[in-house]
Design a protein around this ligand. Sequence first.
Ligand code: B12
Ligand code: SF4
Ligand code: SF4
Length: 379
Amino acid sequence: MTLAQLKDELIAYSKTIGVDKIGFASADPFAELKNRLLTQQQLGYQSGFEESDIEKRVYPEKLLQGARTIISIALAYPSKMSNSPRNTKEERRGIFCRASWGKDYHDILRDRLKKLEIFLKERAPEAKTISMVDTGELSDRAVAERAGIGWSGKNCATITPEFGSYVYLGELVTTLPFEPDTPMIEQCGSCTKCIDACPTGALVQGGQLDSNKCIAFLTQTKDFLPDQYRKKLGNRLYGCDTCQQVCPENKGKDFHNHPEMEPDPEIAKPKLIPLLTISNREFKERFGHISGSWRGKKPIQRNAIIALAHFKDQQALPILADLLKKDPRPVIRGTAAWAIGVIGSIEEKRLLDEVKNTEKDDKVLREIDKGLNIMEYKE
Ligand code: B12
Ligand code: SF4
Ligand code: SF4
């Protein structure tokens, strides 16, 4: 079998196992990406979640000796939820971003990549392969771009003409020298909708993100959320979809090709108050299978408290008071103190004053003062 035939067979096979788009790229060094990564590092714009060894990110040869081709795959995910529960005054809800709907995409894409690897090795036993998705060294977007899967939008996303940017990406590196596909030409044109809509100005310029300002990043941090972002968070519990939602390329794009990606509305858009008292075990049972739970329950609970403050939900006050007095985690006690300041009135002022006399943690004390200040300003 020639390599051209094997490529055709692999493409045909990929359709049968639930791969929505596949593309082939050379495994040459990613020279442009290298400069970009160095710039991002120098400017302090990186999130810290990306692989820190830039050489490994740029030279596929360092990951697989003799690497010649990178096969990029894209799987489309839904952008709309059927039976989306209403966010009412009686029952305030938070929201997980679309990339965290349904089963964790890492598991889904790894399954597809494994199948492709087996298929390839059955037909070319001499081939060496490695595959990765998200947590690997390579830039999944840079690979997808080179493989003709989509172009890089000003919102940083890889945008496919077929599915918009609502696609997960993964890749398989191999020693087989397949004919590469042609990269796609950038198609944003003069549009700047994503840059204009970003709530925090995190898109410094088209295609350049300051992660420290990006809500998607901020929702995943474990410490106190910096003051200037608390109001911007809204009811987001994990991730942020704003720069994709406003993108004209995503208009009408809503694919339901993979049953395991369908969101359970009670998980993707959960009630906020019950989240505050959820046990570790229950959190794992309910949220353990979604990608948005990878940082554990603390950031989600912190964000839930901020969301309740955003809604000024009076019903949350007794639980917030309890958290402030009893929770062992300073981030939760402190964020609760701040939220009480935002939501509460004179009665809660007494509570904050009282707890101020017993609280020992400096950071929590600062949050209590912030809460008291907010209250004073309200009077
Ligand atoms: C770290 C990380 C984050 C960080 C930083 C994001 C960022 N923009 O860099 C944070 C936590 C903020 C984040 C957020 C999100 N992420 Co993320 N993230 C990653 C991760 C692990 C590494 C990304 C990285 O290396 N960034 C560094 C930048 C510099 O490189 P890059 O974006 O990968 O590559 C592009 C640029 O380098 C650019 N470029 C290179 N040179 C030059 C030069 C110039 C002049 C310009 C303009 C551009 C440019 O072209 C490359 C190709 O597009 C990847 C998985 C992976 N291993 O690649 C997922 C990944 C990028 N994330 C993904 C997703 C879905 C998201 C969110 C949409 C989730 C959400 N809803 O909250 C948001 C989107 C935020 C945004 N606007 O980018 C998907 C993207 C899918 C897609 N269609 O694009 C990925 C690929 C995961 C996956 N396997 O599916 N993420
Ligand atoms: S994910 Fe949200 S905060 Fe981050 S760049 Fe996009 S719109 Fe801005
Ligand atoms: S909103 Fe406009 S500028 Fe931003 S990625 Fe989409 S097409 Fe490009």
